[in-house]
Design a protein around this ligand. Structure first.
Ligand SMILES: Cc1ncc(COP(=O)(O)O)c(C=O)c1O
Length: 385
């Protein structure tokens, strides 16, 4: 370790973006069905891509810095937030929006804004989106972890309350929840919501709505009288722009102005800004594919539920969470790794977690190939046991 580097960073490893694809070959050239990162199976429609190419050719000056204020994009996002929440008279304006290089950047900014310098810890309920704790740890922010109910994945609320009341440790300053959660695909329950609403004003509550367009269930209306709440969204999933790295935060103007102080001046490339604007202008067309994805998801769940070796949950998102039935924890781990590895060998990447697998809903063909592969891996597993 270099002598000038913070000692706690020695234990870290770099984030592996595609955990199943640890080769030197780019993933898209391996002909794999990439069902491990919850992206949309659909690229942008080609006429929209052509328009963007034209924008790049004719409008964007590559020698100039991008628009560092994001005003036009913020206006478009605010309009979308209002309309997607069925708000007729505009409730949210550009002063309620901050835009980031993916919502990952905003997560980091929120950590800097609330917890850095020993001021606070974050609370998460595992399993959940891994970047909250990864980013917190890189900033030296303590992470308090609580569990979830094994059946419905509700947060262990008594453990969460205890952690927040704990006076001996660094106080919890920020709570991160995903609505619906990744990897388990469940929306917040009424008890979880009640608990979040009961949290004092000196705790920041971050509701990550990365999968809102699939769940169609948002908490943005709660922001009106909750200055300590922030909602995160992304263009990486339903809007098919994972490659462009655009996410945003909706919150009260005071919190937004703090985020604006923290972010890098030109955090979004001009082309990403243009792509996100195009997505806002063509939202109807882009979101049209959602119903097909949800139908595919329900068919995947129905098909997997017929297999006695699997335990499969309902999903409010564009992915499915499953576990293997009745195995000891040790061999369960071993079997999960086996299933994920065999799926990869036969052509599908999925996300392996501690206790289960998360499979993104892909195209019709990808889904049917993956279902066949999974059935065949499970049959092999049955023969071996
Ligand atoms: C819950 C959640 N939040 C945020 C993100 C990251 O979004 P972005 O691509 O905007 O950084 C993801 C991506 O998988 C996610 O699952």
């Amino acid at each position: 370790m270099l002598p000038f580097i913070r000692s706690d960073l020695a234990d870290f490893s770099a984030y592996k973006p595609h955990p199943g694809s640890d080769t030197t070959q780019p993933v898209q050239h391996q002909n794999l069905d990439r069902l491990d990162t919850n992206e949309s199976p659909d690229d942008l429609p080609s006429d929209l891509k052509r328009k963007l190419a034209w924008t790049y050719q004719e409008i964007i000056e590559t020698n100039r810095y991008p628009d560092g204020g994001h005003q036009e994009l913020k206006n478009a996002i605010a309009q979308y937030v209002n309309s997607s929440a069925n708000i007729l008279s505009p409730r949210f304006g550009s002063e309620n929006i901050s835009v980031g290089n993916g919502s990952d950047e905003i997560i980091r900014s929120l950590l800097i804004a609330s917890c850095l310098g020993g001021e606070g810890a974050i609370l998460i309920a595992k399993p959940t989106f891994s970047m909250y704790s990864i980013l917190a740890k890189t900033l030296g922010v303590p992470v308090v972890e609580v569990g979830r109910n094994e059946e419905n994945f509700e947060i262990d609320l008594s453990a969460a309350k205890k952690a927040i009341e704990d006076r001996k440790s660094v106080p919890v300053r920020t709570v991160f929840v995903v609505h619906p959660n990744s990897p388990t695909a469940n929306p917040l329950t009424s008890s979880e919501l009640e608990w979040l609403k009961s949290l004092p004003k000196n705790i920041l509550v971050v509701i990550d709505e990365a999968y809102f367009e699939f769940s169609k269930n948002s908490l943005v209306n709660e922001l009106v009288d909750k200055p300590n709440w922030a909602v995160l969204r992304t263009f990486s999933k339903a809007f098919r722009l994972a490659s462009m790295r655009v996410g945003y935060c909706i919150a009260n103007p005071e919190l937004i102005s703090v985020l604006e102080k923290i972010r890098l001046p030109y955090n979004l490339p001009s082309f990403s800004i243009a792509a996100a604007l195009a997505a806002m202008q063509n939202q109807q067309v882009l979101l049209d594919s959602i119903s097909q994805i949800l139908q595919e998801r329900d068919e995947i769940i129905a098909s997997l539920s017929n297999n006695p070796m699997l335990k499969v949950w309902k999903s409010s998102a564009n992915f499915v969470y499953l576990q293997l039935e009745e195995k000891s924890i040790d061999s369960h781990q071993h079997c999960l790794t086996y299933v994920a590895q065999e799926l990869k060998k036969s052509g599908t990447l999925v996300r392996k977690l501690n206790k289960g697998l998360r499979i993104t809903v892909g195209s019709k063909d990808e889904n049917s190939r993956t279902l066949n592969r999974l059935q065949s891996v499970l049959s092999d597993l049955k023969l071996q046991s």
